[in-house]
Ligand binder design. Sequence first.
Ligand code: SAH
Ligand code: SF4
Length: 369
Amino acid sequence: MSSGKINLLGLPREQMEELFAEWGEKPFRARQVMKWIYARGQNDFEAMTDLAINLRERLGQVAEVRPPEILSRHDSIDGTVKWALRAGAEQAIEMVFIPEDSRGTLCISSQVGCALDCSFCSTGAQGFNRNLSSAEIAGQIWLARKELGAGASTADRVISNVVLMGMGEPLANYRAVVPAIKVMLDDYGFELSRRRVTLSTSGLVPQINKLAEDCNVALAVSLHAANDTLRDELVPINRRHPIKELLDACWSYARQYSNRQITFEYTMLEGVNDTVEHATQLARLLKNRPAKVNLIPFNPFPGTRYTRSPQATIDRFRQVLLDHGIITITRRTRGDDIDAACGQLAGKVNDRIRVRLGSKMISVSVQNQ
Ligand code: SAH
Ligand code: SF4
């Protein structure tokens, strides 16, 4: 529901400064407000005590700092936290925080549903509802910081990394995602390093090329197959942008920033894409390239025709890649006790509004021994 006020969350610095200029305010006032919002987590203009009273009043009348509303929060015994957030009357998105020894990763959503219809993804199965706004995307981080800070302010509650791997295809919502990323990277915003913000895409080539120029964050590409026949079936966008075109875009993306590695995500589907031949094909594509591979054990959901590859198959697949000198990690699931690995949670707590969530593998990367 819109309040008619401008939501300042997710507004990049230049736009904040333009807005303040329209009000006859100096650009540094905009930066001052951003510091309050992002560094101090403040959303009450009255509390921004170093601003003139008339500016505070104006802000109160025309602007707001409004994150998405929390529908539910679930804390796992392993420290993982999952939230369901309202994204409209009958819609929800999910956000997950995954603490590790040396970092804390927040996984956020970019759309409600997804139009790209990958055959093994339950977000895809639910179809596309709508794009999130920049305020809703950046607002997830703002909210998570507040939520995590509220309980304990220990180091393991700090968000050091953000991954756009929740619901939706971020590059299909380019107009809202890029401003939100700008705020993530800005010294007056969330102050995250560009190596610690990862955008995951199923392969929208024109937008990958554009992203390289607009904000070169770390890129993860959902490959899942090393030949076009199979990838056409698993990731239908491949019919428009086949593997060669996608990989060319990846290598040129990497080149723009001193050959920084691209992560290739590969969901392990039993008997579909997990044989030694598949691994060899994949190795041929990625060998001697700035690439590393994340093997993701498939996360089943009701109605899916796929099953997860057994651990031995995953290990064998990984070994082939390692033998070709390709860095390969296997993800492990986290937050199993709170269903962080799939979207059943909000369905359970919020039957009343018939929320349907994507079923995502919420997981972290660990180096296998
Ligand atoms: N739309 C983007 C980002 C969101 S999906 C993309 O496709 O990259 C994030 C990752 O989860 C992708 O690699 C996606 O392929 C993977 N994924 C989707 N459904 C899955 C499932 N059921 N099990 C395991 N991984 C899944
Ligand atoms: Fe969309 Fe990503 Fe799911 Fe494909 S895997 S349907 S692009 S969310």
